[in-house]
Design a protein around this ligand. Structure first.
Ligand code: G
Ligand code: G
Length: 246
């Protein structure tokens, strides 16, 4: 059908334009890096979740996720040295067979780029494999983040046996946090403190208001990400027009 034919066009890669969303250090308000989020103008696939659902229908989600990471690195050259590019993975990607080789390729092509790989919680299902993966990523000079923590099937086993460098707390835990009951507040505080003890850098996702930002800071979150700090936008949105390549 129409959407599937759009998908095969997408697989050529040229139709993917990554958007980049800043990740902010809550102690000083400065960006520490950018998460790449896939975008396309192809009709029927504009929504990345829909784009991946369509790819899953024809078992091409792993390939698509790999293409998105390539594009994220290629278009992410605006990111200053010292800041990190955060890239995504799909739950059906195998950490050792799919993700690791693609990171090694990224390392060869962009040796100066600092990269954090966000592991989807669906792919975190074996403590030994996950620990081996984390070690291999660090051997490449990259860092690991566990994504969407607390929203779905997040497992404590890997958090204990294979602690990541970053833990991204899902937006649903952050939403309306300033109105939350004392138990919810204490629970989050405890989780953040636990991370700092390891240490794991904590990132609050989906921060949409000043109140939420202040609450996250008070809870001790290291970093924040969300519309309050900046919406995802294409690389061209970060480069002053006069400095664009001609
Ligand atoms: O950007 P947005 O919130 O609309 O993205 C929706 C979902 O699509 C994200 O939560 C993420 O799971 C997925 N997604 C977006 N970009 C990428 C990407 O580059 N690779 C992978 N694997 N998933 C992505
Ligand atoms: O990779 P991950 O599954 O964490 O994807 C994050 C998703 O959340 C992306 O689709 C991104 O566009 C979206 N997003 C980023 N910031 C905000 C925010 O402040 N509010 C909401 N509702 N969504 C956000």
């Amino acid at each position: 059908n129409w959407v599937l034919s759009q998908l095969s066009q997408l697989m050529q890669g040229a139709e993917i334009v990554p958007a980049y969303q800043p990740i902010i250090d809550l102690s000083n308000g400065l960006s520490i890096g950018y998460e790449a989020l896939a975008r396309t103008a192809l009709i029927g696939l504009e929504n990345p979740a829909e784009m991946f659902r369509t790819a899953e229908m024809v078992n091409r989600e792993v390939e698509l996720s790999l293409i998105c990471r390539r594009k994220a690195a290629e278009c992410g050259t605006f990111i200053p040295g010292g800041m990190s590019l955060f890239v995504n993975t799909h739950s059906n990607e195998s950490l050792d067979v799919d993700v690791l080789p693609s990171l090694a390729e990224m390392r060869r092509r962009f040796p100066q780029r600092s990269v954090v790989v966000e592991i989807h919680e669906g792919a975190i299902n074996n403590p030994h494999l996950t620990a081996d993966f984390c070690k291999a990523v660090r051997d490449l000079g990259y860092k690991v983040a566990y994504d969407d923590f607390g929203a779905g099937q997040s497992r404590l086993l890997e958090l204990v046996k294979a602690p990541p460098d970053y833990l991204k707390f899902d937006a649903c835990l952050i939403r309306d946090i300033h109105e939350s009951n004392p138990y919810q507040w204490r629970m989050l505080k405890m989780l953040v403190d636990m991370c700092h003890d390891v240490p794991i850098v904590t990132i609050a996702e989906g921060v949409e208001s000043e109140e939420e930002k202040n609450a996250c800071r008070e809870l001790g979150f290291d970093m924040g990400q969300g519309y309050f700090f900046g919406r995802p936008k294409p690389a061209s949105g970060y480069v002053p027009q006069s400095e664009s390549p001609t």
